[in-house]
Design a protein around this ligand. Sequence first.
Ligand code: PAF
Length: 281
Amino acid sequence: MKIAKTIKEVREIVSEWKKLGLSVGLVPTMGYLHEGHQSLIRCSNENDRTVVSVFVNPIQFGPNEDFASYPRDLERDTKKCEEAGADLIFAPEASEMYAEDFSSFVDMTGPTDELCGLRRPGHFRGVCTVVSKLFNIVTPDRAYFGQKDAQQLAVIRRMVRDLSFGIEIVGCPIVREEDGLAKSSRNTYLSADERKAAVVISKSLKAGQEMIEKGETDTAKIIASITAMIESEPLAKIDYIKAVDADSIEPVDTVSGRILFAAAVYIGKTRLIDNFIAERN
Ligand code: PAF
C-alpha cells in the first residue's frame, strides 16, 4: 500500500492512472478507520483505483472540540485500507494542506444553517474547504460519503452542484454495531457504561421510524417520542433531534417527501450523531 504524504506525489500517481484510462474513486476520512469506512472503500472498488485520504482536518473543529484527542493511528488505518482493497492513502501533514497564510475558504448557506451547522459554527466551512481541496488534488471520478453524516452528504452534494465539480457523489448506508449503535471513530471515547447507554440513540430512532411505518406523519409527535426515550437514559443529553428535508435540510412539520430525522446526543462527554430517512409521497 503506497502512502503519499504530499500533494505532488498524489498528483503524479493519479495522472499515471488517468493516462491508462483508469477511473478513480476517493474516500475522504479523518482516519481511525472502522467498518463504516471500509464499506465506503468497498463501494469505491467499483472504480479501477481507490484513494483514501486520512487527514484530521483542523479547520472543521471548534475551539472546544476534540481535535487534539481525535484518535490517530496510520499503521492501523493502512491495514484497514489494505483489507478493504484501497490502492493509495493520502495522509498529509496539516502544513501540506494549509500554508501559514492560508486564507481561502468554501462557505455555504442553506443546507448548513441547521443541525450540526447551527451547533458547530464554522464546521461545514472547514469540511467544504478540505473536501474541495481533496477533490482538486485527487481529481476523482466519484467520491464516497457515509449516510451517517447525512447533513454532510447533503452539503457536499450541494457544493458539487453549485461549484460544478463534475464529480459523482455516492452516499453509502450507515454501518452499525450488533446492538444498533452507528459505527464511529468517536465510539472509542465511550466507557463501558457509556457504550451500553449509547444504544438508546439508535433504539429511539428505530421507534420513531416504526411510528412512521404505522402512519404517523406529524414530525413533532415523532420527535417528542424520540426525545422522551433518550431522556430516560441518565447518561444521555440531547444536543438536537430534528426533522428536516433530506436535501435542503430545512425543518419540516409533516412527513412528506424525503425527510431526515437527525439526532446529536452527548453520551457523557462524547457527542454522537445518528439518523434515518423516511420516504413518503
Ligand atoms: O466525515 C469526515 O470524516 C470528514 O468530515 C471529512 C469528510 C473527511 C472531511 O474532513
